[in-house]
Write a protein that binds this ligand. Structure first.
Ligand SMILES: [Zn+2]
Length: 255
């Protein structure tokens, strides 16, 4: 199982990455089974994999409902027993509504390790209202990670109307992790925002958002970009052990 070594203070390196928090399986819109995903993650030398299939929503009608999520939990429990040298973090990705509301029934998903919230589409929003929606999702007591606010959205045309300083300050206040999407088809790191995040002590997660096993390796590209930007491994939760992340993600009265 995982050791408790502290990450170095050096620039982020691929070998500093212990695990990933954003991947999908056949339980929703992923191409491969949980077993295939974990076998690939182990081959890459990772210690753990976060599986974060979509919850059912308008955007993802194929997503998990409570019953499907319970079945997935059973399979993950079996794989945890089978792969004693590897750990799963069991998460979900939930779509925030237009106004940032996150509909996550309390008490239904209590065994989850973490929750990723995806921000709504920006259409119909002003910069202020879209930022308000983002902050509403960040402040949800069960949301641990916000997907892609610093990544692909910054490359969309026109740019998403997001006040990143307000987003970063809210993430710092609540302890919410912001994701940097490492999928080469989606994004690039925004160095300015990543450095601001470091100054504000906001934690980031380099994630492949892998819908196929072969895409898990994309995190290495994200690491290389982070390294060229001079980003320190201490600001990336991927350098934490699975145990450290579980402790961090425990529901603890978020603001
Ligand atoms: Zn996703």
């Amino acid at each position: 199982m995982t050791s408790e070594l502290q990450p170095s203070n050096d620039l982020l390196r691929p070998c500093d990455i212990r695990g990933l928090l954003h991947s999908h399986s056949r339980y929703a819109d992923g191409a491969h089974s949980l077993r295939r995903m974990v076998e690939t993650a182990r081959e890459l030398g990772l210690e753990y994999l976060g599986v974060s299939d979509h919850l059912k929503s308008v955007r993802h009608p194929e997503g998990l409902d409570a019953e499907g999520e319970a079945v997935q939990y059973e399979e993950i429990s079996g794989l945890r027993r089978e792969f004693s040298d590897f750990d799963f973090l069991h998460g979900v990705e939930v779509d925030a509504a237009h106004d940032g509301t996150v509909d996550l029934p309390l008490g239904v998903f209590e065994h989850l390790d973490y929750v990723i919230a995806a921000l709504p589409e920006p259409e119909g929003h002003s910069k202020e209202s879209y930022t308000d929606a983002a902050l509403k999702a960040i402040h949800h007591p069960s949301v641990d990670v916000i997907s892609r606010p610093v990544g692909s959205y910054m490359l969309t045309k026109p740019p998403v109307p997001l006040d990143m300083m307000r987003v970063l300050k809210a993430a710092a206040e609540t302890g919410t992790v912001l994701e940097v999407d490492a999928n080469p088809a989606c994004s690039d790191l925004d160095g300015t925002h990543c450095r601001l995040a470091a100054e504000l002590r906001v934690l980031l997660a380099i994630n492949p958002n892998a819908h196929r096993a072969a895409r898990l390796v994309d995190y290495r590209q994200g690491v290389e970009i982070a390294r060229t930007m001079g980003l320190d491994c201490r600001q990336f939760v991927n350098t934490f052990t699975a145990t450290q992340l579980r402790d961090r993600f425990k529901r603890d009265g978020k603001a």
